[in-house]
Design a protein around this ligand. Structure first.
Ligand SMILES: NC(=O)c1ccc[n+]([C@@H]2O[C@H](COP(=O)([O-])OP(=O)(O)OC[C@H]3O[C@@H](n4cnc5c(N)ncnc54)[C@H](O)[C@@H]3O)[C@@H](O)[C@H]2O)c1
Length: 248
């Protein structure tokens, strides 16, 4: 597919990678509809990008957003399924000083699964249902997985969501092929965005030092992969790792 022919939704596009993708898509002539919980950051997006508040942990929000985006863009043939959050904690931890045993809270489990997995899945469901109803094809879905999909200490919730997204990229590519819709996914390593800027500085420095290419990634590194998935009509059902060669 050509970028200029896209009428595409970007979730979590008010900042970080999503905002970068939205800007690149608009520059290429695509119609873009960004949804995010952060209304202040949404307002700061470049003119011409359609935008509206969206909480992907709410099914009602998703349904209303997809309807609105379809009407605002005069059609719908793409989704960058990018909204995501972290609530990192070990599943079980023993405090060295006090001996107290701490557990990952069920609230933190549910929050990450609610946004990164249930929300992302419902986005795919609603976008694809709309495309099928309108016989809009070809179509393309890009899921944002993570290097954490292979497993990572302190991220049971996030790992579960990102591994499921990569696995269901295969599932959905097979289910949606008859509709002319391809599905791909990108699994970034460590990328400079507000998400990683919030990390503990020491943990961040150690991680960056272990990246073989010698630097943290930038949103443009991931955009190259997103663009490839959109443009290559023979790419389907796979996840591209873009992590500078980092091993967790
Ligand atoms: N930064 C990294 O190193 C990295 C690595 C691997 C994967 N990822 C994934 O890439 C995606 C983008 O990450 P980022 O680094 O740009 O993060 P970010 O925190 O900078 O941006 C995420 C955006 O999602 C929005 N969001 C959060 N909850 C939402 C909800 N319920 N509904 C709608 N929007 C919501 C936030 O407001 C924010 O604008 C995420 O899925 C993240 O898990 C990031």
């Amino acid at each position: 597919m050509q970028l200029k022919d896209l009428k595409i939704i970007v979730t979590g596009g008010a900042q970080g990678m999503g905002a970068h993708f939205a800007q690149r898509l608009q520059e290429a002539g695509a119609q873009v509809a960004v949804g995010d919980v952060n209304e202040e950051r949404l307002a700061a997006l470049p003119a011409g990008i359609h935008r509206r508040k969206l909480d992907v942990s709410s099914e009602a929000d998703i349904t209303a957003f997809v309807e609105w985006a379809h009407d605002a863009m005069g059609g719908l043939n793409g989704l960058i399924n990018n909204a995501g959050i972290l609530r990192d904690a070990l599943l079980v931890k023993k405090d060295k000083a006090t001996g107290q045993v701490k557990k990952l809270s069920t609230a933190d489990w549910n929050a990450v699964i609610g946004v990164n997995l249930t929300g992302a899945t419902l986005m795919v469901r609603e976008v694809v249902a709309k495309m099928v109803e309108k016989e809009a094809k070809p179509g393309v879905i890009v899921n944002m997985s993570s290097i954490a999909r292979h497993g990572n200490r302190g991220q049971s919730n996030y790992v579960s969501a990102k591994a499921a997204l990569a696995a269901n990229t295969v599932t959905w590519s097979r289910e949606f092929a008859p509709f002319g819709i391809r599905v791909g996914s990108v699994a970034p390593g460590m990328i400079e965005t507000p998400m990683t800027q919030g990390m503990n500085q020491k943990a961040r420095d150690t991680l960056v030092a272990s990246i073989p290419v010698g630097r943290i990634g930038v949103p443009e590194d991931i955009w190259v992969a997103v663009k490839f998935i959109i443009e290559c009509d023979y790419f389907n059902g796979r996840t591209i790792d873009v992590d500078g060669g980092l091993n967790f």
